[in-house]
Design a protein around this ligand. Structure first.
Ligand code: HSE
Length: 420
């Protein structure tokens, strides 16, 4: 019999407890042992009424219980769970976590701490999609060329609604929160941080890159309006929050931002709260993974898969982050300013003679070539100018944005969205 302690019995933890009971027949047959939840740790016993397992409010009751074999960490946050999980490893427990924020900062230290103990985290990226399993095991013969993913269901839900139903930004955020997909602090979702945490985890497995959130380009979807949707529709794009990892020689670029992508791409068709990830390997070519990236049962499905795997194998059978030893010629993180992309810009300007000429002069001075342009009147005084560019350097577009913002006839901070 394998005894599990679940720290954090909220939406996902409750589903873990429930599914271990409901599917106990198939789980026991696959794992080769009975798996039971011995204890759950919750913040408040008041709120936890109705759960059928013994409860404590102290996570260390679980971590220090000699009868518990596997600690499942579902607390949220980064530092408090890091301390709890380290103690669990020091006490010789296997660990399963869904905690992307903790892994975004501490995955390499945790790999060292774990040593030969199993440490699994399938649910930390894209909820129910077995993307870690796919990258770490299924694609391990490949150099990974790129990962392009929709990894935040909240943003995808919001952008899909804006695109297909014309809803305004603020109204849909509330809807997404009500559906239970958003993080406790939704700025993690709409600011791109949640997707960035997931991208960093995948980048370690794909490339052996140890980067922290502050090292990479992270932008959210806060500035997106119906004007941008209008441009996207006119030019055959979908608008998505993308997490991108791309190999370029001995460098890897990592970035999260709103992106216009060709509406015919498979990933452009992934709508609503669903997640989708395209992984290109040098030998396998493109592979695509689609499924629910959040929600209690879907995330619990990944957590329990890890528990079953540990029950089957006992000790660790593979390196936590996918590399048994570092690559001889390791890859470096590309500097943010060196990224190259096509860009879309939205400028609110005073609608008067000479404005367009002065704007296009600034683009030209920074050797950025305009690909398309649309003008939308706002009222008798203001208009929105919508531009797309040919491929340019991030450092040049940033200079253009700064200069444009300083022009007296530019009436609001310019908005830029990358075209992928
Ligand atoms: N807030 C996340 C999302 C949940 O919206 O996708 C899963 O990490």
């Amino acid at each position: 019999m394998i005894r599990v302690g679940v720290i954090g019995v909220g939406t996902v933890g409750t589903s873990v407890v429930k599914i271990l009971e409901e599917n106990s027949d198939i789980i026991e047959a696959r794992a080769g042992s009975k798996i039971i939840v011995k204890t759950g740790a919750v913040r408040s016993l008041e709120k936890a009424r109705g759960l059928s397992i013994p409860l404590t409010t102290d996570p260390y009751d679980i971590v220090n219980d000699p009868e518990i074999d596997i600690v499942v960490e579902l607390m949220g946050g980064a530092e408090a769970p890091y301390a709890v999980v380290k103690q669990a490893l020091q006490n010789g427990k296997a660990v399963v976590t869904a905690n992307k924020a903790m892994l975004a900062y501490h995955r390499y230290e945790l790999q060292d701490f774990a040593g030969d103990l199993p440490f699994e985290f399938e649910a930390s990226v894209a909820g129910g999609i077995p993307i870690i399993n796919a990258l770490r095991d299924g694609l391990s013969a490949n150099h990974i060329e790129s990962i392009v993913g929709i990894m935040n269901g909240t943003c995808n839900y919001m952008l899909s609604k804006m695109m297909h139903e014309g809803v305004a930004f603020d109204a849909i955020l509330k809807e997404a929160q009500a559906l239970g997909y958003a993080e406790a602090d939704p700025t993690f979702d709409i600011g791109g941080f949640d997707a960035a945490h997931k991208l960093l985890i995948l980048a370690s497995i794909a490339y052996g890159i140890d980067a922290k959130p502050e090292d990479i380009l992270i932008e959210g979807i806060e500035a997106v309006t119906q004007d941008d949707i209008y441009f996207a529709k006119e030019f055959g794009y979908a608008l998505k929050l993308l997490a991108i990892a791309k190999r370029d020689g001995d460098e890897v670029e990592l970035r999260v931002h709103a992106a216009l992508i060709d509406a015919n791409e498979m990933i452009a068709k992934i709508d609503g709260v669903m997640n989708g990830i395209s992984v290109v390997g040098d030998k396998v070519g493109e592979t695509l993974y689609y499924g629910p990236g959040a929600g209690g049962d879907a995330t619990a499905s990944a957590v329990i898969a890890n528990i079953i795997d540990i029950a089957r194998s006992g000790r660790k059978s593979r390196p936590m982050l996918g590399f048994d030893r570092p690559l001889e010629h390791g890859l470096r993180l590309k500097a943010k300013e060196a990224i190259r992309s096509k860009y879309y810009l939205r400028l609110k300007v005073v609608d008067e003679p000479g404005v367009l000429a002065q704007i296009s002069k600034i683009f030209g001075e920074h050797t950025i070539s305009i690909a398309a342009m649309l003008q939308n009147s706002i009222d008798s005084r203001y208009a929105n100018l919508l531009f797309s560019t040919h491929t340019a350097h991030e450092r040049d577009i940033q200079k253009v944005l700064l200069e444009l913002e300083g022009l007296h006839f530019v009436a609001a901070k310019p908005v830029m969205i990358r075209i992928v």
